[in-house]
Design a protein around this ligand. Structure first.
Ligand code: SAM
Length: 298
């Protein structure tokens, strides 16, 4: 269970979820659905056995198993393409600073075609940031933008740390908070968006997901699925990692704070990518997960 000052690395607690999604990106990359050559080596370097075996294709798919690597790959491809497109379009509009909040093992600073002069800030816990920096250096990877790391707990004064790293509050920025907000308590979620708004010049952009009801992780449909996946070694229990208290509706919250928000559900995003959204209990429980992007008005 979470505490106010808990910490982690990439194989424990919330940090392990970064390894999990990177493993899913590796599956999507190996199916040629996205371009991320760094996901698999990063996952192998973490050394969390089940995810290493997942990226290496060593987990057998049995007849009655719910484990479906193709489904994982499509689900993560949809998400990765959404954020990739968000950043590419932001830079096409002239934005030259990006902030990847809760960057985890996201390698966008090393793989997107950032225009010359773009600065990409990556914010996450110190152990997560340090691991990615050193592992990608050992792999010989070079950032495709000026990458600046901000190693800080988002429950602390991260805006001060971001400013100290050179963030320019007078220039528009593109912000992502991918796979993050459910791991923040409701007041920290509001504070996150308050801080982003306060740091953002007009024309800044923001992308994130919204899980309207985190009790789905305690829902019988998800618990039954989790039990079956645990049998294969996928033992991360989201129910213990997310905060279930009632939280602000992100679309409404941002709209009240001068953001013009566009949004679509994960099911709609599958359709937009030419994928059929799965038709079962677990998919139904998550069907209203929402992807949103927003532009800050003047
Ligand atoms: N955005 C990355 C991606 O999609 O690959 C990582 C997503 S992972 C599911 C969640 C990330 O949130 C982890 O990297 C974790 O360290 C980060 N995170 C959660 N709470 C945090 C906090 N209080 N401070 C800093 N990072 C946090």
């Amino acid at each position: 269970m979470r505490t106010d000052s808990d910490t982690w690395d990439l194989a424990s607690s919330v940090g392990a979820t970064a390894t999990m999604v990177a493993a899913q990106r590796a599956l999507a990359a190996s199916a040629s659905l996205i371009d991320d050559p760094f996901a698999a080596p990063l996952v192998r370097a973490v050394g969390y056995d089940v995810y290493t075996r997942l990226v290496d294709g060593q987990i057998p798919v049995t007849g009655d198993s719910e484990f479906d690597p193709d489904r994982m790959a499509r689900g993560m491809a949809v998400r990765t393409r959404f954020y990739d497109r968000f950043f590419v379009e932001a830079t096409e509009s002239g934005i030259r600073q990006a902030v990847i909040v809760a960057a985890g093992l996201d390698a966008r600073a090393y793989r997107l075609p950032w225009p010359a002069g773009t600065v990409v800030y990556e914010v996450d816990m110190p152990e997560v940031i340090d691991f990615k920096t050193s592992t990608l250096a050992k792999l010989g990877a070079e950032p495709t933008a000026e990458r600046r790391t901000v190693a800080v707990d988002l429950r602390d004064d991260w805006p001060a740390a971001l400013r100290a790293a050179g963030f320019d509050t007078d220039a528009a920025a593109a912000w992502s908070a991918e796979g993050l907000v459910v791991y923040l308590p409701p007041d920290a979620q509001d504070a996150l968006f308050d801080n982003i708004t306060a740091l953002s010049a007009a024309g800044s952009r923001l992308a994130c997901e919204f899980v309207p009801d985190t009790t789905i992780f305690a829902d019988e449909r998800w618990r039954a699925h989790h039990e079956r996946m645990s049998g294969l070694g996928f033992d991360i229990d989201f129910n213990e990692l997310v905060y279930h208290f009632e939280r602000s509706h992100i679309v409404e919250y941002l709209t009240r704070h001068r953001w013009q928000v566009s949004h679509c559900t994960v099911a709609q995003l599958h359709a937009a990518n030419g994928f059929v959204y799965p038709d079962d209990d677990v998919a139904a429980a998550f069907a209203d997960v929402t992807y949103l992007s927003a532009v800050l008005g003047g």
